[in-house]
Design a protein. Sequence first.
Length: 201
Amino acid sequence: MPLEAHITPIWKRQKLFMALFLIAFGLYFFWDGFYGYPFKNVRYGEWKRFRDAGQTSEWQEFAKQKGWKADEWTRFAQEHGWREPYPEVAMSQGKICEQFFFGALVTTIGLVVLGYWFSQKGRILRADDEAVTTPAGTRVPFSAITGLGLKKWESKGIARVRYEFEGRKGEFVVDDYKFDTAPSREVLEEIKRRLEGRTGN
């Protein structure tokens, strides 16, 4: 009865996409902190200089030459409810520091997810006539299995298998979405059959 359940391609794609998305999003925060927000302050400073000098028409021409939106900061001030006097910078140092904080946070989470993906993508759930080999590589004899947690099996396809082997208690998960569905279910059914044969329940 050799059985093998490999990590499914869709699970690997989803987790990899999630990791890369978070890392890219984190890098976008860093880009805003290093370049986006400081450059906004440059544009704002130029606009404020023309505005304070009452040179609205000159600003229109200057912005056009630079390829900037002439009404960017007028709309920005209205959206933020600014009143006179206008601040010296549009993006404060605190706002810029926020970008670095969130960039570090989101990128770190993305790297953790990426590390998890690397650690899981090659795992296999195996079973033979004598034992189950967990995704982590631990070989657990059927006789060492002490219980099953099936609370989430019907709704989510997740079961927890408890065991006690060589004086050590442990647990592993059978997930029929993460691992190939058919062999995962066959492994669980074999565990149930062996456990029921011993306990009579």
